[in-house]
Ligand binder design. Structure first.
Ligand code: BYC
Length: 312
């Protein structure tokens, strides 16, 4: 067996990273690289699965068959994304069952954004437009991440995220062309989601303990602040086309920088949500635990079937 003290595999690993090539499951990798990947990919997988809840709550009350079919397809895609990502994690030697246990025990995180409530149907559109829009910004560079199975999963996920973003924007555009009350619903929803969406990119670079090492390893290709800026620049013209106001008095075009200036999210609120004290943390984990318990018979049946098929 090779160890990290053995210079040869370390040199091969370093050369692969320097060439911006992929590390594959069979390749030697430093323990800390493996751990960082498991942390990030598991957190990402959990986000997809917990992320089914805020929108899933609207499937039963979507206003038309067409809207219901779109929403069902989107929420099912998120289950699929979770599965690709758990599968990518399994190539690093950790099972989906172990990761689920860690999530339910509160020992692994999921994205802060899913701890906010969705009291209005417009939230379905806002999640598609802003949350999936932020996800695309963050995840397109991850298609070029240094770990092969993660990067390949991300390529498929990003294609589906584009559809998610479009359906959200189209829903909001339809509402903005509707009645005064519908326009007010959209604006109210955007007001609630704007700042939490900016927090999705993680803490500011100077307070991000993992960024430097993850970027040196090619796991992350851009810093949290770079991606947040890119998202703001991409979203402002979309908000104009939609006719909504983004709730930030400091948001304005900076001619010199060629980018928008914008205000600072409330990082204390972010810390509280990540700590477990957000508006819906307890509810989301309770729901996930109940779904896990309800599915116990499926796992038992699948295990028994596999054992019988193996015996045959
Ligand atoms: N929420 O050093 P940092 C989706 C944690 S799913 C919670 O910058 P890193 C969708 C961070 O984990 C979207 N925690 O970390 C699904 C770290 O704590 P630990 C999910 C956060 O990893 C369904 C600490 O703060 N996307 O789009 O270098 C429906 C310090 O942060 C958050 C992904 O998971 C947060 N927002 O960078 C609709 C993308 N931010 O782990 C849509 C993949 C930070 O040391 N992940 N923390 O205890 C990433 O790109 C990176 O992990 C992050 C954070 C940019 C999120």
């Amino acid at each position: 067996m090779t160890t990290s003290e053995d210079p040869e595999p370390q040199a091969a690993f370093d050369a692969t990273i320097a060439r911006r090539d992929r590390i594959e499951p069979r390749d030697w990798m430093p323990d800390a690289y493996r751990k960082t990947l498991v942390r990030q990919i598991a957190q990402h997988a959990h986000s997809e699965i917990i992320g089914m809840q805020p929108e899933g709550a609207w499937i039963g009350s979507a206003p038309s068959l067409r809207r219901k079919a779109i929403l069902l397809a989107k929420v099912q895609d998120e289950a699929g994304h979770g599965l690709y990502l758990y599968a990518a994690c399994e190539t690093l030697g950790v099972s989906r069952a172990e990761l689920t246990d860690l999530l339910l025990a509160g020992r692994q995180k999921y994205s802060s954004i899913f701890n906010y409530p969705t009291p209005s149907y417009a939230d379905v559109g806002t999640i598609g437009w802003l949350v999936d829009g932020a996800a695309i910004c963050n995840q397109v560079p991850l298609c070029r991440t240094s770990y092969g199975p993660y990067g390949r999963a991300m390529i498929r996920i990003c294609k589906e995220e584009s559809f998610h973003q479009r359906q959200g924007y189209e829903l909001l555009m339809t509402m903005m062309r509707g009645t005064e009350a519908q326009r007010a619903m959209v604006q109210e929803s955007v007001n609630r989601f704007w700042w939490p969406v900016l927090m999705m990119f993680g803490p500011p670079d100077v307070q991000s303990p993992n960024s430097a090492r993850s970027m040196a390893w090619g796991i992350k290709r851009n810093s949290n602040d770079e991606l947040r800026q890119k998202f703001v620049d991409m979203t402002v013209p979309q908000a104009d086309a939609l006719g909504v106001t983004l709730p930030d008095p400091d948001l304005r075009w900076n001619e010199e920088r060629g980018q928008h200036d914008f205000g600072e999210p409330d990082w204390e609120e972010f810390a509280a949500v990540v700590r477990g004290d957000g508006p819906c943390n307890a509810q989301r984990l309770r729901h996930r635990q109940a779904a896990h318990d309800d599915g116990a018979w499926v796992r038992e049946a699948a295990t028994a079937f596999a054992a019988r098929a193996g015996a045959r």
